[in-house]
Unconditional design. Structure first.
Length: 423
């Protein structure tokens, strides 16, 4: 994954120290290896550090950070005067997992990101961490990742169209305490036009989804419409291409191809659409491929239904046939793809599965299509391996310890289509 490394520049001016993190954290270029030997590149923004156990939402109790001046809302939601930021999520997963100190920094960055047309500094935040030190840098990286993974509508920030910059100072009689101010490095000139297009596309997408249905039914309807609508993007596209974002999936990539995305674009779009329906959903990054040796970087989703988490990979569920077959094989393949019940099951093979299943998927005979001329299968063994937090310097994922383990089975695809569940 191609990553924009955080640039630090220190400005000394009498008692004022300035620290600039220019560009919104690390940006990674993900090479996804899809089944049937399909590969792509994607990118992801990133952020800082922390000690909460994976998926626990545990908060630390070290009071080394507190607000000064105007208080933030403190819920991970953007405060938008323009009316263009419309994320309706009732809560944000990664925000909920951060310590209070990390949440305070998240809120500070969120305020800056919520006004893309301004580079003015906002309120101050007091911290007991030296903003020029490694501990603060780790925290900053973790918080940036959390912010970008929680908010697909900040696709411009994820792409590096702008970034965050800090100024900070410590008065002589305030040893061990610093006040920091955050702002954007530059205005995003396309904010009004692109957000209007994005919001219209989201509204149009959801217009024929029965959002009053049970969450499991809504999540499946959105998944199915998304993979029907989105075309898989150009694997050679630049890391800053819109195909890596929810905008690419729902509007167009940077070349103007309608509804065109790669893995992180699919995942961000699915997350945002579920957020608009009040369904908890988040992103996870890792490696995926035929096996551990051949796996490349990839992004997919985690969805929470009735308090239980499920793994979903909309990119891999968007099945296409890429290999060449002889005429007899094609006839059997056509029969399989025209069998609605069978083909729909194939296109949901990584929909609402457990972490155990997606980590090491081994298709059994139930995934075969039996025909007069023999049998055919569209699936092969594969792995999805999450990034590990201890490898954050290499992967660029500073929240890799936070995604929950998915153990839900009640709303698996087979259970849903067989009506073997109750809302």
């Amino acid at each position: 994954m191609k990553i924009l490394r955080t640039l630090l520049s220190i400005i000394l001016c009498s008692v004022l120290l300035g620290l600039i993190f220019s560009e919104a954290g690390l940006r990674r270029q993900i090479e996804e290896l899809l089944p049937l030997e399909r590969t792509t590149d994607t990118e992801a923004g990133t952020g800082g550090t922390g000690s909460a156990p994976a998926g626990s939402g545990q908060n630390g109790n070290n009071p080394d950070t507190e607000n000064s001046g105007e208080e933030a809302d403190g819920n991970g939601k953007p405060r938008d005067a323009s009316g263009l930021l419309l994320n309706r999520a009732p809560s944000f997963y990664y925000y909920s997992c951060l310590t209070p100190e990390e949440q305070a920094l998240y809120d500070l960055l969120l305020e800056a990101a919520s006004d893309p047309m301004s580079t003015e500094e906002g309120r101050g935040l007091q911290t007991g961490l030296d903003p020029g030190g490694e501990d603060f840098h780790e925290r900053f990286m973790r918080v940036c990742d959390a912010l970008l993974y929680d908010h697909p509508e900040f696709f411009w920030l994820y792409q590096g169209q702008s970034g965050f910059q800090f100024s900070y100072f410590s008065l002589p009689d305030a040893a061990g305490s610093w006040t920091i101010h955050a702002s954007l490095t530059k205005e995003w000139s396309e904010y009004g036009s692109k957000m209007a297009l994005f919001n219209a596309a989201v509204s149009d997408f959801l217009s024929d989804i029965d959002t009053e249905a049970p969450d499991a039914a809504v999540a499946m309807a959105i998944h199915d419409k998304l993979i029907d609508m989105v075309s898989y993007g150009d694997t050679s596209a630049a890391a800053s291409d819109d195909s890596h974002t929810a905008f690419g999936a729902l509007v167009a990539d940077s070349s103007g191809n309608p509804c065109t995305a790669v893995c992180d674009g699919y995942a961000f779009a699915y997350e945002y659409l579920l957020q608009q329906c009040g369904i908890p959903c988040t992103m996870v990054f890792g490696y995926a491929g035929k096996n551990g040796e051949e796996a490349s970087r990839h992004a997919w989703n985690l969805v929470c239904l009735d308090g239980e988490w499920y793994e979903v990979d909309p990119t891999w569920n968007d099945r296409e046939i890429w290999r060449e077959y002889d005429e007899e094989a094609w006839l059997l393949l056509d029969d399989a793809m025209n069998d609605t019940r069978y083909w729909n099951r194939i296109r949901h093979y990584l929909f609402n599965v457990t972490t155990e299943t997606i980590t090491c998927f081994n298709p059994d005979d139930s995934w075969r299509y039996e025909g007069a001329g023999g049998w055919v299968t569209f699936l092969e063994s594969s792995v999805h391996i999450r990034f590990e937090y201890k490898e954050r310097a290499e992967t660029g994922d500073y929240v890799a310890d936070l995604p929950p383990v998915a153990t839900g089975t009640r709303y698996s695809y087979d259970m849903l289509v067989n009506n073997d569940w109750t809302p």
